[in-house]
Design a protein around this ligand. Structure first.
Ligand code: NOJ
Length: 528
């Protein structure tokens, strides 16, 4: 490891590279089959060498893991499978010494059914007010209080032995909180303070647009505005109070806001609300020049009026790995159409994922890199009896679920379990040949995905803070200039000639012998 990098300015979140750590699958420090904080601490030099500005940790709190930790039983405790609170504090401090900030993941829409509030509610206490408990419909209350569906499939209500029903927009083990209740609001502000006090620089907000429900809990009617639980106006008051808390600590927010309406999306990014939100329109866009250009233009246009930086995301722990997605006939992503057995060409997908990495790392704003993307990992097929994600079971077995992008990382080709660190089989099985993607092999190979990510992250400061201006380009080609650097991405079926330049800074594949850019490739060109 070289000299510690001095931490960047207070504006790191406007243009930084943020690496998403899915702790359970990152690195296993104690060998028990589950990734942990000791594993992350041991790999901090790797993350520093990759050059990232911050780490976003998916929830590391005490959890029965019915939804990979998004079912939180105690927001102030680290799950023993991952380590201790003291270790989390050490990790935050050690990362910071390397110039790497920490973002934690807060889950405000729901808690685990093992959370003390829900247990007390089940015991009939006044804590019921903190959730959505209702009698059922029908002569004997045998029908759910309304027709809402869980995001994971099936009804959004579960009936208790005493006859009442409770609301859960996700799994039954994730009861929704009642955001009308002042104690719920107070508790979350306290939780934010708890983590800011421990040195975290930011908070990712899970399901950020779902918290507030229409108190009448009406049936859902397609097209009726406002929606009974998505993007309700009352949410903005919540985030204004949160922002006041974050400002006391210089902390930032990134919201998980899935909204197709760009104007509604941008409301969350007003100067007194969230600093940033994930850009899912770019992530789900097919590998298509017109579509990507439109997604980029829309993104920049929706952020400009509120002065918030864009974020660029290719993948996360919920979606199909980029390499696999881009190697398919349908290169977009949609939860609704996920099925087993979709063929994918790994060589084509990898080639496109390399080009997409150079595209996203060149755009103005912050870039999120999900662990393993820098290794070019494909989506793995998980044996049916090992799938844990509730999306699989709740879809009646139709949806493969999200475990295929959550497989334990390969660190060392020749070690057991590809160097994940386990002495016993990891919690999710790694496919045969996983060692071929190992970080140690890739670190020694200048043509690897890891080498490309490292070079791109190191070089991307050449773009400065400059805006993007599109350059003329043939059909199927994206070309723009930022800060005197031309970025050309060729999504057409043929090689293309390049604008005049002084030097090739980086390319996803070698240029043709006549200097043309091959198909499904990208290049950064210094023009002066
Ligand atoms: C979004 C998270 O990214 C996902 O993994 C989780 O299942 C849901 N929110 C529910 O918390």
């Amino acid at each position: 490891m070289g000299q510690p990098t001095p931490a960047r300015s207070a504006d790191w979140w406007r243009s930084g590279v943020i690496y998403q750590v899915y702790v359970r699958s990152f690195a296993d420090g104690d060998g028990d089959g589950t990734g942990d904080l000791a594993g992350v601490r041991a790999k901090l030099p790797y993350l520093a060498a990759l050059g990232v500005d911050a780490l976003w940790f998916t929830p590391w709190y005490l959890s029965p893991m019915k939804d990979g930790g998004y079912d939180v039983a105690d927001y102030r405790a680290v799950d023993p499978a991952f380590g201790t609170l003291a270790e989390a504090e050490k990790l935050i401090a050690e990362a910071r010494e390397l110039g790497i900030r920490t973002i934690v993941d807060i889950v405000p829409n729901h808690v685990s059914d093992q959370h003390p509030w829900f247990r007390a509610a089940l015991a009939g206490g006044p804590e019921r007010e903190l959730f959505h408990f209702r009698p059922g419909r029908g002569p004997h209350g045998e029908l759910p209080p309304n027709d809402w569906r869980s995001e994971f499939g099936g009804p959004a209500w579960t009936r208790l032995p005493d006859g009442d029903w409770y609301l859960h927009l996700f799994a039954p083990e994730q009861p929704d909180l009642n955001w009308e209740h002042p104690a719920v609001r107070q508790e979350h502000e306290d939780i934010l303070r708890f983590w800011f006090e421990r040195g975290v620089a930011g908070v990712r907000i899970d399901s950020a647009a779902l918290l507030v429900k229409d108190p009448a809990l009406p049936d859902f009617t397609e097209g009726v505005d406002p929606h009974p639980y998505v993007d309700r106006d009352e949410l903005h008051d919540v985030y204004r109070s949160w922002r006041a808390v974050a400002d006391e600590y210089g902390g930032i927010f990134v919201g998980e806001v899935w909204l197709p309406d760009t104007e509604r999306f941008a409301r969350y990014l007003r100067p007194d609300e969230l600093h940033t939100a994930f850009n899912f329109s770019f992530m789900t866009c097919p590998w298509d020049a017109d579509g990507l250009r439109a997604a980029i233009d829309t993104t920049l246009a929706e952020h400009a009026p509120v002065g918030a930086p864009a974020t660029w995301v290719l993948c996360n722990h919920d979606v199909t790995r980029t390499v696999t997605r881009y190697g398919r006939a349908d290169t977009g992503f949609d939860f609704a159409t996920k099925t087993f057995g979709v063929p994918s060409d790994p060589a084509l997908g990898t080639r496109r994922a390399r080009a997409a990495a150079l595209l996203s790392l060149a755009l103005p704003g912050a870039v999120y890199v999900y662990q393993g993307e820098e290794l070019g990992l494909p989506e793995a097929d998980i044996p049916l009896d090992r799938i844990e994600d509730p999306m699989h079971a709740r879809s009646g077995g139709v949806d493969p679920g999200r475990d295929g992008c959550r497989v334990p990382l390969p660190w060392a080709a020749d070690e057991p379990y590809a160097g994940f660190g386990s002495r016993t089989e990891p919690w999710l099985p790694q496919p045969a040949g996983w060692g071929a993607y190992a970080a140690d092999l890739q670190a020694a190979d200048p043509g690897s995905m890891l080498a490309l990510y490292r070079a791109a992250i190191r070089l991307r400061s050449v773009f400065g803070d400059g805006p993007l201006s599109w350059l003329p380009a043939p059909d199927g080609v994206l070309a723009f200039d930022r800060g005197g650097v031309a970025v050309v991405v060729n999504l057409s079926g043929e090689s293309v000639s390049l604008p005049s330049y002084r030097r090739v800074l980086l390319s996803s594949v070698p240029l043709d012998s006549d200097g043309r850019l091959p198909s499904d490739a990208a290049v950064w060109l210094r023009r002066s």
